[in-house]
Write a protein that binds this ligand. Structure first.
Ligand code: SAM
Ligand code: SF4
Length: 332
């Protein structure tokens, strides 16, 4: 039973753990192509520090952990991190969100180390569009990564897709046909105002409703009941069993059932992607107090952070301000 319950009664069981803010792609909705404002390496949590925090979170009731970033597989000891999290008492269910570039090499070792599920981000099936959207010519590495993930047993592999107007929005139907043929679980994500370049423009947003309409011209979609705290609304395609998901973060927000907290790679906990405040656990870990006192302070910080959670992200309020940290530095 989780002890992390906020003032609105939401029970927190899921922690998104960012392992680095660095990335080997430059998805335009995430960071500018010349982005280089990385955190200093000394600010990043060491693996020992990370495991200490995760153990406390698990003791307080977190039972699902998703590793993310930046690109989590840029962390040189990623397999060791997965293995150490999997060895914790009451080990949480462990998943990862990745751009897939290193999966051809790492899928099998990661599964052997305890990874259970994977989300791979891919916005297009077209090499030129991929290059335009990521500033790198690496679509073949993503396809190889998807194949390796399937072979390693990380099924069903989920694919995350962000549609951008005039760039890849014409691919919604072909992406779903491809995903169905490949046995992949595709999910479209509405673009959120979290990019480092500040290019988000509400008037250009491809909304969940627009995605439903487009997919509806080709497929019969029936809602899958019992969404729980999942961000994606899932639909059976042509009667199922295959499904497609739509994450309407902006226009169909799911804050009322949010069960997530976030740990940044520099050791800050956040109660929301859009939070303006964060709680510094790294300074506690690097202070002179005893190990026992550190753990008790971290425990208290988890509770105070969850207690301070607002009812919703407020993107649609006129007073909304984009957080200082971009998605890549929070952990998507
Ligand atoms: N690098 C990994 C990847 O791309 O999967 C993990 C980190 S990335 C920040 C996690 C997810 O956030 C990806 O699926 C990506 O498409 C999504 N994402 C990034 N920026 C976004 C934005 N502004 N709006 C919506 N989703 C975004
Ligand atoms: Fe990198 Fe992921 Fe951001 Fe793309 S979405 S730039 S792969 S962190």
């Amino acid at each position: 039973m989780t002890k992390l319950i906020d003032t609105f009664g939401r029970a927190h069981r899921d922690m998104r753990v960012s392992l680095t803010d660095r990335c080997n792609l430059r998805c335009t909705y995430c960071m500018p192509h010349d982005f280089a404002a990385w955190m200093p390496s000394a600010d990043l949590l060491t693996t020992d520090e990370l495991i200490t925090i995760i153990k406390v979170a698990v003791e307080e009731g977190i039972d699902q952990i998703r590793l993310t970033g930046g690109e989590p597989m840029l962390r040189p000891d990623i397999v060791e991190i997965v293995s150490r999290i999997s060895s914790i008492d009451n080990a949480p269910k462990l998943s990862m969100t990745t751009n897939g570039l290193a999966l051809a090499k790492l899928a099998k070792p990661l599964v052997d180390a305890g990874l259970k599920r994977i989300n791979i981000s891919l916005d297009t099936l077209d090499r030129d569009v991929f290059k335009k959207m990521t500033y790198r010519d690496r679509i073949d590495d993503v396809f190889a990564g998807i194949k390796a993930a399937k072979e390693a047993g990380l099924t069903p592999v989920k694919i995350n897709t962000v549609l951008m107007r005039g760039i890849n929005d014409g691919e919604a139907i072909s992406l779903l046909k491809w995903a169905l043929a490949e046995g992949l679980n595709l999910r479209f994500i509405e673009q959120m105002p979290l990019d480092a370049g500040g290019i988000w423009d509400r008037t250009q947003l491809i909304t969940a409703d627009e995605i439903f309409t487009t997919l509806g011209t080709e497929f019969d979609l029936t809602p899958v009941p019992d969404r729980g705290s999942a961000p994606a609304e899932e639909f059976y395609v042509n009667g199922g069993p295959a499904t497609v998901g739509v994450i309407g973060s902006v226009t169909r927000s799911f804050c009322g059932s949010c069960d997530r907290v976030r740990l940044t790679s520099d050791g800050q906990i956040r109660n929301c992607l859009f939070s303006m405040a964060e709680t510094d656990l790294r300074s506690i870990l690097r202070s002179d107090i005893s190990d026992g006192e550190k753990i008790e302070s971290i425990r208290k910080m988890f509770h105070s952070t969850v207690a301070a959670k607002l009812p919703g992200h407020g993107i649609n309020d006129p007073s909304f301000i984009q957080p200082n940290r971009p998605m890549s530095a929070i952990g998507g």
